[in-house]
Design a protein around this ligand. Structure first.
Ligand SMILES: [Zn+2]
Ligand SMILES: [Zn+2]
Length: 396
């Protein structure tokens, strides 16, 4: 059935690297997830109301919440596909975060409502009679969720998408919640134990927790979070693949949603190369990045002196910096000679974990270098990376 769905709905399903095909896979999983969750939650809602079980109604709402989340990503994908306009030259990709915030507020309201109902039922216990229909619906719900899990997992593995695999795991954890409620309904109904309120309370807390995750994620993205390591690696490897690019640093990524990613990077080129020639190389990389990575890349050109002398100087300083702390890196090294001094300037990238000691580290390294060679006059500009600490050495 999975293969059949893929064949029907994913055009060019073999080109799993093409963004358009990945989008189609993403759309397919979203729609399958939404439809399945709607079916499950409709069944649970109807039977839940018929037998008067708050726990079952809560579980239905929990599944509705899942469907709602997928609907938002799907809808906002349409929004972000909408072209940039005069008022919003960066596109409309970030609308997803606003929708998510609204959705999380809705989840909080529903969770509180259900919690109040559940507490009311705990205070005034009522026995929910055993119903074979409830059992059938819950068993179907569990079966469908396990199927969803395997569906998301297999597509996640096929197109190598961590998000899809994570979503699949979420469905699996939902199965446990549904199983718990089913057991509660059966045991409570058969042995006349009033467990409904407690089960409802647990599920309403789960709904609130889901809302919190949606909210936290949306706010973090709105603030501008660390880019994904895959994107950093993609851009770095892409730029480095051009002959004539001697080194790169200071990558900065602004993500306004798919197709609206803006980035800037410094590229080191041979200082002795003709400026016009170097600039055409830079321009070509920028154009190719637009076509192949769908990223608007702006490149700043750093001339690099490739002489024995300058390489030796770089090696010397690089060794000292790395010996001081393996996590540090440097770039934009320049040396200006005056009468009896060599003025050496460079930028030092310090991980965020050493935020407090940033200036001390720069001072210490300056001291070591100046002690090593009395003709040195060192100026260090300490800075953080915009691509996350663990990515600093990846492309230096
Ligand atoms: Zn630079
Ligand atoms: Zn240009």
């Amino acid at each position: 059935m999975q293969e059949q769905l893929i064949r029907w709905f994913v055009k060019d399903y073999d080109c799993i690297k093409a963004p358009a095909v990945r989008t189609r896979y993403g759309n397919l999983t979203s729609i399958v997830g939404i439809v399945t969750n709607l079916i499950i939650s409709l069944g649970e809602l109807i039977v839940g109301f018929l037998i008067g079980s708050i726990a079952m109604i809560s579980d239905a709402i929990h599944d509705l919440a899942d469907a709602g989340g997928s609907t938002i990503s799907l809808v906002s994908f349409r929004f972000s596909a909408k072209k940039a306009d005069q008022e919003h030259p960066y596109g409309h990709g970030r609308i997803e975060y606003l929708l998510s915030i609204g959705f999380s507020i809705l989840l909080f309201v529903v969770a509180i409502q259900l919690l109040i109902e559940s507490v009311g039922r705990i205070l005034h216990p009522e026995i929910v009679e055993f119903s074979i229909w409830a059992l059938v619906v819950m068993l179907c719900a569990m079966g469908l969720k396990v199927w969803l899990y395997s569906f998301f997992k297999s597509i996640g593995e096929r197109i190598n998408s961590p998000i899809l695999k994570a979503n699949g795991l979420e469905y699996l954890s939902d199965v446990w919640a549904t199983l718990g409620i089913t057991l509660g309904l059966v045991v409570g109904g058969l042995f006349q134990i009033p467990v409904d309120g407690y089960l409802g309370a647990i599920v309403s807390v789960m709904i609130g927790r889901a809302g919190y995750h949606v909210l936290a994620d949306a706010i973090s993205r709105l603030l501008g979070n660390e880019p994904s390591p895959e994107m950093v690696k993609d851009i770095a490897n892409f730029v480095k693949s051009y002959p004539g690019v001697l080194g790169i640093h200071d990558l900065m990524i602004h993500d306004y949603g798919p197709g609206h990613v803006f980035a800037s990077i410094h590229v080191e080129v041979d200082a002795k190369e003709d400026v016009i020639k170097s600039h055409s190389l830079i321009d070509r990389i920028e154009r190719d990045a637009q076509k192949e990575l769908y990223i608007q890349l702006t490149i700043h050109m750093d001339p690099l002196l490739v002489t024995k002398e300058s390489m030796a100087l770089y090696d010397k300083i690089h060794t000292v910096v790395k010996a001081y702390d393996e996590k540090l890196s440097l770039h934009d090294l320049r040396a200006v000679k005056s009468d009896d001094k060599i003025h050496v300037l460079f930028d030092l990238v310090v991980p965020y974990s050493d935020r407090q000691r940033m200036d001390d580290i720069a001072k210490a390294i300056k001291k070591i270098l100046e002690a090593m060679d009395p003709t040195f006059e060192i100026t260090i500009t300490a800075e953080h990376s915009y691509t996350g600490d663990e990515n600093i050495h990846d492309y230096n």
